[in-house]
Design a protein around this ligand. Structure first.
Ligand code: ADP
Ligand code: MG
Length: 397
């Protein structure tokens, strides 16, 4: 699908996205810069991507009329929201190229399938996931209580629909496990052993229809209350040996899935007594990722550019990072003072600092824990980026 091309009906090349959140918004920006028209399918009239797209199809993700409108308008379709019904992607794929495809999105939507996939390619990726057990029935719960004391203390995670630490309960013993499973409604879960994390990182990989792969260097991520807070993206953010292993593992996982599009693979670094620690694969997102937002300001090609290139069948340029960067997530909390009273953050002061790049997603209502935007700090060297990041954080909190 060439950017700017016009078909016999006089219609300009159009790219579509399922989901209208901030990831879709930044996808739309990248696609439009290349000369594409865009279409967003999202039920919300105020969706961040719908607000900036040429077309906004405001229907449910499963709505047959909405889906056929999207495939009529678009030459290729992607997704920004990992809980888009895989069935909807399958329907779209009957009419248009869809990247990533329904099958891989389905795997990433279910922790049980996701872990099975990681296990299936452990030989080529060189990494395994945390020890775990599947709990879908009362009998499995009982068996885990009786036979898997090695998984405690652990984290019980719902197999589906978890994000930003939601759908997770930390459990110390068998009794807490039973209570947590009941609290989560007895739905399909995995119990994962709690690991001694020393760090977390993620790798962004883009893979094309022809199997070509490019990737960014691993980012080191800091989570607070299960939500990404800070991403450190610069040389020396983690030991080189670990960074290389993480990158190779993510590429191997993408190849093994036959993936097309942007993929983010999250890893834990665990204290296993070795010099740099061990690498454990955590989960993957079949789309651009919050930890890759710094690429918009610190790299010559962003994760959203690569998403566009991959789905449209354009060549995948190897991205080059031209500046060290730190990304700070802006949660709704920043719009409230210590007494819970609404306030406007002091953007004047923040934007006066050198190298601060503000990205707001167009969400009208700030809520605690809601991702409202992010700030990327770039600079000539790591030390100055860290200094500005500290000052920025002080101004915001
Ligand atoms: P989500 O889908 O919410 O991102 P994750 O599985 O990535 O779910 O868990 C969120 C965060 O919880 C992780 O980034 C990590 O900080 C912590 N966490 C998750 N699993 C484990 C584990 N097995 N051991 C220690 N910490 C964990
Ligand atoms: Mg995660």
């Amino acid at each position: 699908v060439f950017p700017g091309s016009v078909n016999a009906a006089g219609q300009m090349a159009t790219l579509g996205v399922m989901g209208g959140g901030q990831l879709g918004r930044m996808f739309v920006h990248a696609a439009q810069r290349l000369g594409y028209l865009t279409a967003v399918l999202d039920p919300d009239a105020q969706s961040p991507a719908g607000l900036v797209s040429h077309h906004h199809i405001q229907t449910d993700y499963n709505d047959p009329a909405g889906l056929s409108q999207l495939s009529d308008l678009c030459q290729a379709i992607t997704t920004e929201f990992e809980n888009v019904p895989a069935q909807a992607l399958q329907t779209l794929a009957q009419a248009r190229p869809v990247a990533p495809g329904a099958a891989v999105v389905g795997i990433a939507q279910n922790r049980i399938e996701e872990k099975a996939h990681f296990a299936a390619c452990a030989d080529v990726s060189g990494v395994t996931c945390a020890p775990y057990a599947v709990i879908e029935t009362q009998a499995q719960l009982q068996a885990v209580q009786d036979e898997r004391p090695d998984l405690l203390p652990g984290i019980l995670k719902t197999a589906r629909l978890g994000y930003d630490g939601k759908g997770q309960v930390r459990v110390k013993n068998a009794a807490e496990l039973a209570a947590a499973w009941a609290e989560l409604g007895g739905v399909a879960c995995v119990l994962e052993k709690m690991l001694p994390l020393t760090a977390e990182c993620s790798v962004l990989v883009a893979r094309g229809w022809d199997g070509q792969v490019v990737s960014f260097a691993p980012q080191r991520n800091v989570h607070v209350d299960g939500i990404l807070a800070v991403t450190h993206a610069y040389e020396g953010n983690m030991p080189t040996a670990l960074a290389t292993r993480a990158c190779d593992a993510a590429v191997a996982i993408a190849h093994h899935l036959g993936y097309v599009g942007m993929l983010c693979v999250e890893f834990f670094v665990v204290d296993d007594g070795s010099e740099h620690g061990g690498l454990v694969v955590n989960e993957m997102a079949p789309r651009p990722h919050n930890s890759g937002h710094y690429t918009l300001n610190a790299c010559d090609v962003s994760q959203f550019d690569l998403q566009v290139h991959a789905m449209a069948g354009l060549p995948l340029p190897q991205p080059r990072q031209h500046s060290p960067a730190i990304m700070l997530n802006l949660l709704g909390d920043v719009w409230f003072d210590a007494n819970g009273q609404p306030r406007e953050p002091d953007w004047q002061a923040v934007l006066r600092l050198p190298g601060t790049h503000l990205h707001l997603y167009g969400k009208v209502q700030a809520r605690t824990g809601r991702k409202m935007g992010h700030l990327t700090i770039t600079g000539p060297d790591v030390a100055s980026v860290k200094t500005v990041a500290r000052r920025t954080a002080d101004l915001l909190h």
